[in-house]
Design a protein around this ligand. Sequence first.
Ligand SMILES: [Zn+2]
Length: 395
Amino acid sequence: MTTKILANRSCAVCGGRCCEALHRMDLAVFGNTSLPNSYQVVACVDCGFSYADSDGSQSDYDDYYQYMSKYEDKSLATGSGEFSWEQKRFESVGRLIDERVLDRRTDILDIGCANGGLLNILASRGFRNLYGLDQAAACIREIEARGYSGYRGGITDLLALPERRFGVLILSHVLEHIFDLTLAMRHCIRLLNDDGLVYIETPNAAAYGQFKTVPYYFFDAEHINHFTSRSLANLAGRHGLVVEDLGDKVISAAEGVDYPATWILARKRPGRMPEQLGDDGAKRGILEHLRYSEDSPVHDRLQALADSGRSIIVWGAGSYTQRLLGHSALGRCDIRYLIDSDKNKWGKRLRGIQVRGPSDIDDESLLLVICAAWVGSRIYDQAVNMGLRNPCIVL
Ligand SMILES: [Zn+2]
């Protein structure tokens, strides 16, 4: 049973505001950022596009990404192409571009290029005019060192780029993060040559139910748009792009971790707006994922921990912990501090609880609760290798 509401944030795909409220998500968000710590996950009644009805603004999200800049650390983040699972993901996009774009002098811009993994693949296929845009200064230094042209900024800074156009734009795992999709798409289209190609890839909401992972895995502070290939096609059509190809795939989000993705390849062509495709896939995928999340045994374990009143240290200050702090009994536990290997997080606070580095664990009597979606067992090994004697559980 769902309720119809008037969304704060209108549907970026059809412009409608009447939505079905699917789920209220509460999160812990880092203190100095202005992102909202709660939103409704909604599905547009008119076109089916599902998204977080966040009451933030695009500038809140821009500030957040600048503040966090997690993609700067190659050991923690994706986008460098240094791991074989990442390499495979970039190869499949490189192959698709290779088949469609014959002129190796075509200017190609990778928006959200991280450390340039995809640009490297395109270079290996003979493309010579490669550009990357990213928020993180370290990423821009990295790609420039490899001989590509870098622009520092987010998608909404595209207007500030020098007056130039591109033959191919790549938006791989970018649009799910964007608050103002209409503005972002307008900026992108303006940069595209007439007849230019856009490749868009995002998580695939229609397949959320098939990926059994940690509870509420697909809802966090950053992924605020839940696309399917149909909603991507509808979005592209609304902005004057004609879809040439689309599909779903399974990529790796980390070593051995499958992740559902969807993609379209669309071309800038004048003409009539295509008819909107019906799309209830995202809503079905989200509801299935919610049922799985609500039934997770993690809830009972955390409830017992909260009831025991025991003091704990939580290792992991990423999305999983942020979700559980807002959305489970973890938020009622006596947490002394959080541990994370990402030094960008050290000193920051979630719900007032400070994040420290692993070497700052100073009380071996406290229960260590490892809370990380993909790397729980790796963190456990790290704790053992560090000689820590704390009692420990992996969520
Ligand atoms: Zn809509």
